[in-house]
Each structure stands twice: as C-alpha cells, then as structure tokens.
Ligand binder design. Structure first.
Ligand code: LMR
Length: 398
C-alpha cells in the first residue's frame, strides 16, 4: 500500500489550462439566447442570409461518392495522392513541374502546420520561429508544442490599419541563418493586412539572403484577390529559395471546414533531400494521426478532376470572394475610421477596440468578436451589417 507521500501523480494533478480563445468564443456565442446575436468570431464564410451552405459542387461530389465509392479501406499515410496532384498547380502555379516539391494530405491546415513544424524541429531543434504579431492565436502554441522557440516581432499597427513593414524587415534581417520565418500567404489572420507585391519582393530578398527557412501558411487562397493573385508570395518565395515549407487548407475555399482538408508541401534543394524529408513527414504523421481523414479530400478531388465541376467551383469561389469584398466596402464606407477595412483582404480585420470595449459590445449588443478586436467580416448577414457598424462606431466614439 502506497503512503500519501508516495502516491503516483495522476490525472487529478493536472493544472488548469487556458483553452483556446476562439474555441471559447464559439461556445459563448452558442450559449447566448438573444435572437439578435451577431457571430463574427470564428472564421467561417456566410451568405447574405447568414448561412454557411455546403457548396453545390461539393454536394454533387458527395453524391457521387455515395453512389460510387466501393470501399473505405485505408489509402495509406499520404492519404489521397491524386488530391495532392490536383492541388499542385493551384498552389504552385509555374512551380508545379518542380519535382523537388512534394505535398501530402493532412487533417486541415492546422495538421499541416503541426506536421511542418515537427519536420523543421527534427531537422534543426535550435531554429527559432519568427512570427509577426498579431497572428492566428494557435500559431505560437503549435510552434512551442514541437519544442521550437517562438519569437515575435511587430507586424501590424492596429489603430492605423497598417503593416509595420520596417519592423518586420528589421526582425528578419536580425534572424540567424536557419531560423524559420512564419508568413501568411494571403488574407492575413487576424488583421486582413496583406503584404503588397513590392513588400513580398523585399521579404523574399531578406529571407533568401539571410538563409532563413520560410514557412508559409496559406489557408484562404482565393478569398482575397483570386487564386493566382493570392499565391503571389508563395510562388515568389519558391523562385528564390531552395527550402520552403507550405501549409495549405481547402477548408475555407471549398467550404468543408469540419471535414478537415489540407496539405503540407516541402521544397528542398534536391529530389533526394525532398524524398528524405517526406520520409520523415510520413513517419511523423503516422505517429500523430496515422492517416488523414478521406471524405472531404475525396470530394475536393472529384470537383477538381471534373472540368465542369471545377469551373462551377471557381464560380462559387468568386461568389464567396465577392461577398467578402462587398461587405468590406459597406463597412468601410460607414465611417472614415473604418475605411481601412475596405483596403484589406480575406475574412478578418481587426478593430482598434480595447478588450473592455469588445466585452461591452458582447454584453450590450450580443456581438461576438475575438477579444483582440478581430472580427469575421463575412460572418455578418446582410441584415446585420448596419447594426454591427453602428455599434462599432458607438464604441469608437465612446
Ligand atoms: C479562425 O481563425 O477563426 C479559423 O482559422 C478557425 C480556427 O480554427 O481558429
């Protein structure tokens, strides 16, 4: 019999944990019974009526799966290889033929991030990861979870709606060769403040001259300016650097959020090194999730393989993008202090509100946005836009 002092530690000894702020926000909003509540928290696209419908093309693909899928037997650790082949030109453009670049299916963009950081940590455990603040709140915990040091530099000036580009360049100039630069490919989350083409050129120059490893998170391709335009930075980086890691997501641009559809891409200086890196990736993935879920990727595969469905999907993507940009313009025109929102891209912008002001909007107006002031522009239904804007302007006036 063990004495109290000898008692082994167990689950009862776990310390409390601060759960992810965005997941907390979903729960809080769901629990609010006020019918007029406005959910601009987590990033999901909504139509003018406030719904997140399944894309027609995905519905058709799912129907085909129901009708014709003969087996749900394992596909293997890389998941659906054809899915990755079909994504290749969409993401890589002119680099699609470069056989030093390989991709594999992951559970969402988050799975790709974790896998990519695991790979980079295995290659160089002393590398530091430089990230611009603010960033997606899950980035720093993922970086730390693989044992890498997360180093923050200022990226965005909230009150000005502007990128702190000189600070960003100074931080990258200051990094050590082998350090990792985490960058947002497009539709910056949480600020909507994307690098211009000239700024990308400068970032790519510094990253390649300093010998940094760029890791680009591209979760919203097609939601900003267009599929090719949104991949500008990715492709420019591939022009200049031998080692590039990309975390890609289809969750948003195919609207398959809960199905978790993403991919990890690795470029190295040679076909052989890429093969070795991917062998590591496969082993790490095996230890974490063994094999990625199939359903969503199988549906995306069908859409991209069929020329007609593919064309229709491009139309659906334009519709989603157009609504994002139309809501942006409407909000931007309501008050000069909101004009910056009209110049930004993707689902998110960040309001210059204190945490107290954000909480007050929650209490008084049932408006749910992240404590940081990040809000999902396209989370607003048409009927909610004016009420939301008026409440925000009132908060800014206070
Ligand atoms: C978001 O930032 O709202 C999305 O990327 C969803 C998530 O997982 O946080």
């Amino acid at each position: 019999m063990l004495t109290t002092a000898e008692k082994a530690r167990g689950l009862a000894d776990l310390p409390p944990v601060q759960s992810d702020s965005l997941l907390q926000l979903i729960a809080l909003c769901n629990a609010d019974e006020r019918p007029e509540k406005i959910d601009v928290g987590v990033g999901v696209w909504r139509d003018g009526a406030g719904n997140t419908p399944i894309l027609k093309t995905i519905k058709q693909a799912e129907q085909r799966l129901v009708d014709s899928q003969a087996s749900k037997s394992y596909l293997g650790g890389a998941g659906d290889k054809r899915f990755a082949e079909l994504l290749r030109p969409i993401l890589l453009g002119q680099h699609a033929g470069d056989d030093r670049i390989t991709g594999l299916q992951t559970p969402g963009g988050c799975g790709a991030l974790r896998l990519g950081f695991e790979l980079l940590a295995a290659a160089n455990p002393n590398a530091r990861v430089l990230f611009g603040a603010p960033t997606w709140p899950n980035h720093p915990p993922i970086i730390r979870s693989v044992g890498l040091q997360a180093v923050e530099y200022p990226y965005y000036e909230r009150g000005q709606g502007a990128i702190r580009f000189e600070d960003m360049i100074a931080a990258l100039e200051d990094a050590n060769a082998g350090d990792i630069a985490l960058l947002h490919g497009c539709c910056h989350n949480p600020t909507g403040a994307d690098l211009s083409e000239d700024q990308w050129r400068e970032v790519v120059r510094v990253v390649s001259e300093r010998g940094l490893v760029p890791f680009i998170d591209i979760a919203y391709q097609g939601f900003g300016r267009g599929l090719d335009e949104d991949a500008f930075g990715v492709r420019l980086m591939l022009d200049a650097c031998d080692e590039v890691v990309l975390a890609q997501s289809c969750d948003k641009n195919f609207s398959v959020y809960r199905d978790r559809v993403g991919s990890l891409w690795v470029k190295t200086g040679s076909v052989e090194t890429t093969a070795t890196a991917m062998a590591h990736v496969s082993q790490i993935a095996r230890e974490m999730w063994s094999m990625p879920p199939d359903h969503g990727a199988a549906a995306v595969h069908i859409v991209l393989e069929d020329p007609q469905l593919r064309e229709e999907w491009l139309g659906e993507l334009s519709t989603m993008r157009d609504r994002i940009n139309a809501v942006r313009q409407r909000i931007a025109s309501a008050d000069p202090r909101l004009a910056f929102i009209g110049k930004q891209f993707g689902m998110f912008s960040m309001l210059p509100l204190s945490k107290e002001q954000v909480l007050k909007l929650r209490q008084d107006h049932a408006i749910y946005m992240a404590d940081s002031g990040r809000f999902n522009v396209v989370g607003l239904s048409d009927a909610q836009i004016d009420r939301f804007t008026a409440a925000v302007v009132e908060a800014l006036d206070a």
